[in-house]
Each structure stands twice: as C-alpha cells, then as structure tokens.
Design a protein around this ligand. Structure first.
Ligand SMILES: [Zn+2]
Length: 147
C-alpha cells in the first residue's frame, strides 16, 4: 500500500491509500479518485518530500565554514534530538548511497516507488534537486559522532 498526499483542482489537500502507484494512476485516469471536499475528480499528487519529513528546514552548512558553538543544556538536548533524527533515518530509510540524486528524481517523476531514502549528494546536486521542486533534507552531522 502507498499513501499519497493529493490535491484537487481547487487545492483541497487530502491523503489516500492505494495498492500501488499503477493503481493510483489507473483510478485517477478513470475519475475514480475524487476530492472528499468538493467531489472533483481532477486530483493529482502533491509534491512529496522524497526523503524524510519537510518539517525541519535545517539551514544548509556553507562548505568550508563549519559553525561552532558553546552548548547550553538546551542545545545539548537539541543535539541529542538531531542524533536521534539521524539514527531514525538510517534505521528506517533505504540507503541508496551515490544513487541518491537519480533515485530522488525517479521518485519525483513517478518512475520509482515513493519511499524514504538517504544517500550522498554534493551541495550542488542537492541544490539542483531543490530547484526541481524535490524536497531534500540534509542529515545533520553531530559533532560528537566525529570523535
Ligand atoms: Zn476539492
């Protein structure tokens, strides 16, 4: 089963489950996928985050300039949360390594099943993905992990 975030022509947003991406396309073309708010059958997928949640827009780290900080207790908690986020991603998402950019594009354009993935992309590649409307999230490197 795949859950899609959908939107109708009037920009009503809703979510629905489908057995597969093919089933979604078939049902949509037959007008069987309708908006629960206005019953319109002109619905399409919302642009989905290909990797993990888009809730946390961490600022991109400039290459060459690593931010440094003296940590207060609150920041220690934040750091623990970042580590937990990273561990969660690594445990639950598929590691596609150097294929990340290709795979993220395929998911965005419907050529691969949408799922959580992580992998490697250099900053220029990540920026190109963002410019194509593909939402990627940098995975924070927690300073302690480098020790
Ligand atoms: Zn609607």
């Amino acid at each position: 089963m795949i859950k899609y975030a959908l939107a109708c022509e009037q920009a009503h947003e809703f979510e629905s489950w489908f057995p597969s991406s093919e089933a979604f396309e078939t049902q949509r073309k037959r007008g069987l996928v309708t908006c629960p708010f206005c019953s319109s059958s002109k619905v399409d997928k919302q642009i989905m985050a290909p990797s993990i949640a888009r809730t946390d827009k961490a600022p991109a780290v400039q290459p060459g300039a690593q931010p440094v900080a003296v940590l207060s207790d609150q920041e220690r908690e934040l750091r623990a949360a970042l580590r937990a986020l990273r561990e969660h991603v690594m445990k639950n998402a598929e590691n596609v390594g150097k294929d990340f950019v290709d795979e993220a594009r395929k998911m965005h354009y419907g050529e691969a099943e949408e799922r959580s993935i992580y992998g490697e992309a250099d900053p220029a590649e990540a920026r190109a993905l963002l410019e194509e409307g593909i939402d990627v999230l940098p995975i924070p490197v927690v300073p302690d992990d480098r020790n």
